[in-house]
Write a protein that binds this ligand. Sequence first.
Ligand code: ARG
Length: 283
Amino acid sequence: MKKYLKGILATTMILSMTAALAGCGSSTDATTEEGTDATTEENTDATTDGTEADAAGDKTLIMATSADFPPYEYYEGQTVVGIDAEIAQALADKLGYTLQIEDMNFDSIIPSITSGKADIAMAGLTATEERKESIDFSDSYATGVQVVIVKEGSEIQSVDDLLADGANYTVGVQTATTGDLYATTDIEQAGKGTLERYTKGTDAVAALQTGKIDCVIIDSEPAKSFVAANEGLVILDTEYAVEDYAIGLAKDSPLTAEINTALQELIADGTVQGIVDKYIIAE
Ligand code: ARG
């Protein structure tokens, strides 16, 4: 198991909570600013799909993410940092691209890939069979675990309690995440409780704090980060699901092969582990 460096965490959480608290404002601002820049650059430089840009030696790699997910992607000031941001930068450096990170709501990420607005999706994105129907995935570069956050002393003590016959809890998830997909099937459609979907994981955690919901299903690393930054929350010992994180790409994208080659090199030479170790320390 892994554990955060609490100091770093506390700082990053304050930053991301500040961003979250600024509300739509902050994420809209970021998107607008970046969006405007990006559009201008693209239009001036190379218009559309990077083909002309490639010829001019000015290759941009646009990464779609949802920067609300420490330690994989979150804001430090105005900059998106984290494991995904750094791995993407290392891939871009290796392959000769200029990396451009586009922050958006999580549920816009896969559409941004299918529509061609972004080249790669890195967002602690789980490679699921269902998603493979609309996008392709690179090789996996990390493992994700879905866990359950509750308030200390909650009567929910295990995933089994949550899914028991007659259970009727209100469960928070981030919209369109695998936590949402599992809970939709296992809880909402099974008539075992109510689901509340939030744009950001931090919004779900805030709702848990105020007692609006009984638990949050979310990936374990952000869960640890949120629990470290909020008094009175705990993560249940039992895991809900274990998953593989991978880079999302358009179906049959010519990028997939070069990304996989570069990714394997970065795994083999220890770069990926070095980035992970910078953000997460082993217990
Ligand atoms: N691993 C989960 C999924 O793929 C959650 C990812 C959420 N990522 C984020 N940057 N908010 O659905």
